[in-house]
Design a protein around this ligand. Structure first.
Ligand SMILES: Nc1ncnc2c1ncn2[C@@H]1O[C@H](COP(=O)(O)OP(=O)(O)O)[C@@H](O)[C@H]1O
Ligand SMILES: [Mg+2]
Length: 366
């Protein structure tokens, strides 16, 4: 049996560049080498693509070979790059790309579009699911329409805020304070502010507008952060839920609590929640996955209210390319559910091929 070539695509131009490198190393280490032949492509902070060796990914110095990939000529560029750089594997087996790219230009459908044009299969959601999953405002509208509980929000656009800031903020008065302000398209808590009073609202919106032209103001919920991993295409399955515990003085799962302060957060798998709540998390995770037209994988993040006799549960957001480091929640929740990292990667690659093959047989014209 010829091996399937797995192109691990990592790095990228987002704030999560470093996390992507850690994820890529972990994917490489956990990959079943009896079945898959890894190939590494790194995207540097300027957006240039390079063919990397396992040594350079491991941190050794060396000159990665430039791929001269021209994103302006995607079909030619990707195909040529993939085929030319590993001709031996190209002759025999299949090729699947594993985009281990978080945030903009990776998780948002752009790379997925490039790969669709080149007719290359890839792990995770397609163009539509990736783009919708990345845009919190569009995702929340679709979830609300499907009857899935979300935290109430107000949309502020760059144009609306520039025209009349006061009028743009006025609808959020119904939430009182505190509120959360966040860019619609971002991640890693970049641009997210917890606002205590009216004086802080304008500056927080202005800060968030640096990252996107759409900003959400949300009612603040005093909540536990529950996460659930979903795996599959047409028949998605949910893992055992986990919980993130935040210890950082910011008081929420901020950028510092995530990445800067090593003691800023900890995790617990399984989450310490009643079985009925866990079942509800899993049910909502799968419904969210279907509603947003995702495929392959996603981590669905929830807020579970801390108080009350029957605490409310909300879907906060989805991550279509969740962290894949050795200590990331997505692979760990599957491990706790009985799926090793190696088996998980094999399944993700199979799902990518299934999805590509199902699309290949569709008619594209008359
Ligand atoms: N409405 C909210 N109520 C309470 N906490 C929130 C709210 N929105 C965001 N947060 C806090 O901010 C963190 C980051 O927000 P999130 O919407 O998950 O954006 P990101 O995509 O950057 O992770 C959350 O994990 C949570 O700690
Ligand atoms: Mg989040």
């Amino acid at each position: 049996m010829s091996k399937t070539r797995v192109v691990i695509l990592f790095g990228g131009r987002s704030a999560e560049h470093e996390i992507s490198l850690l994820s890529a190393r972990n994917v490489l280490n956990a990959l079943d080498r009896d079945r898959f032949e890894p190939m590494l492509i790194g995207i540097d902070r300027r957006g240039q693509w390079h063919l990397e060796s396992e040594r350079t990914l491991a941190g050794a110095t060396g000159n990665p070979r430039g791929l001269a990939l021209d994103p302006a000529a995607p079909a030619v560029g990707v195909e040529a790059a993939l085929v030319q750089s590993a001709p031996a594997a190209a002759e025999s087996g299949d090729t699947v790309v594993f985009p281990v790219l978080h945030g903009t230009f990776g998780e948002d459908g752009t790379v997925q579009g490039l790969l669709d044009l080149a007719d290359v299969g890839y792990v995770g959601a397609g163009v539509l699911g990736s783009a919708v999953g990345m845009d919190k405002e569009v995702a929340k509208r679709l979830l609300r329409d499907a009857g899935i509980p979300i935290v109430d929000f107000v949309l502020v656009t760059a144009a609306g805020f520039a025209r009349d800031a006061q009028a743009a903020l006025a609808p959020a008065a119904r939430f009182g304070f505190p509120v959360f302000v966040k860019p619609s398209n971002a991640g890693s808590s970049v641009g997210v502010t917890r606002v205590r009073d009216g004086d802080g609202l304008g500056p927080a919106v202005r800060a968030a507008l640096q990252f996107d032209r759409k900003v959400l103001i949300e009612r603040a919920v005093d909540a536990r952060e529950i996460e659930c991993a979903v795996l599959g295409n047409d028949d998605p399955q949910a893992s055992i839920p986990g919980e993130i515990l935040v210890h950082h003085p910011d008081g929420f799962y901020s950028y510092d609590a995530k990445y800067v302060d090593a003691a800023g957060s900890s995790w617990k798998i399984p989450a310490d929640i009643p079985p009925a709540t866990a079942a509800r998390v899993q049910e909502l995770a799968v419904r969210t996955f279907r509603t947003l037209e995702l495929s392959g994988m996603a981590r669905v993040d929830f807020f579970l209210e801390k108080t009350g006799p029957s605490p409310a549960l909300y879907v906060n957001e989805v991550n279509t390319i969740p962290g894949f480091t050795a200590v990331s929640m997505y692979p760990k929740m599957w491990e706790a559910s009985g799926l090793s990292q190696k088996a998980l990667l094999t399944r993700l690659i199979e799902l990518a091929l299934e999805r590509r093959n199902a699309r290949r047989v569709l008619k594209t014209g008359t």
